[in-house]
Design a protein around this ligand. Sequence first.
Ligand code: SAM
Length: 355
Amino acid sequence: LYSNSFATTRPKYPATRLALHHFDVAYGSQLGPLWPSVRVALLCEKKYGALINNFSHHDAMAELQLQGCKDFISDTARGGEEVSQSDLQTTSDASVHSNIKCLVFPEETSYLPLLSRPDSDGLLGYYLMDAASVLPCLALDVREGHTVLDLCAAPGGKALTIMQTYDLGFLCVNDSSVSRTMRLRRVLQSYVPKAQLSDAKVHISSFDGTMWGDVERDSFDRVLVDVPCTTDRHSVTEDDNNIFRKNRVGDRRRLPQLQTALLLAGILAARPGGEIVYSTCSLSQQQNQGVVEQAAHLALEQHGIHTQIVDLKPLTQKFSNTFHFAPGLSVGEMVVPHLAANFGPIYMCKLRRLT
Ligand code: SAM
């Protein structure tokens, strides 16, 4: 009797399989001949990067370098001997002004130790994340004294990355989920000294980001809009909290609308002349280019705000030894998973607010 009732309640198709089927249809036509290799990589073990915590006294960088890891940012920013003169000219506009360091193993088969040791103040030496997640933070190009808003910030990998840059003027980190905001707070407390988290420097909130315009407009130098999405890698590998579950169909269908509202709120929050980076961890054209075009259109139609897309090619060219970028995107740049560089997917697009 038990096994019968169990059999009737177990979903016929697990969410991971529904996700894969959905992606086969959508990405098969969107990515064409690239899709089979991206599909295999999505289903294989992903690679991590170790974001070095500059606030820790513990020299995690030296420790990881001894094991063969390399900082993909400074290695590329310095330019290797193998970089040709013409490569140097194309990338010279895209010098990476930051103190962000992210270590990866150059070999596909080596994995980073999952645990980072605390220093004498209890601060951890590195944060493990998809190394491609650092790219939207580099694209944001945060400078000393900037005011920055991270509209969808939990669990905090990108906020922590942004905090590794210069002395910021002010950082607002927000996430509508109260439980995830608590996790974000714990992450920041494990990596950043108390003095750097004072009310004068960092503000943590739990607003619905689509309503940010009611809180504050026209003010931030930089805004990161790292939206909820179909989290493609998670969706094909984990049944827990999977957005392809039958009972979450509505959530999934509403995603592009929510993403557009969040990006529009981000554009409104930036000051004229300020810059906004939109990012997802999905390959979906509808959630990526589609959302950017729609939000830029609404900003103009509803608010008279002109925006301009900033070309990120000079930045991505610098990192083409570490990541596989999708060729020929008309709007934004995208890291596609590849067996030899199993990072991503990460989509990013940068907008400058002109008026
Ligand atoms: N930026 C984060 C990081 O690097 O760790 C990851 C952000 S995750 C992709 C998207 C986040 O958006 C989730 O934490 C979710 O709770 C949050 N979110 C969903 N709807 C939101 C809304 N309306 N306003 C603000 N945050 C929202």
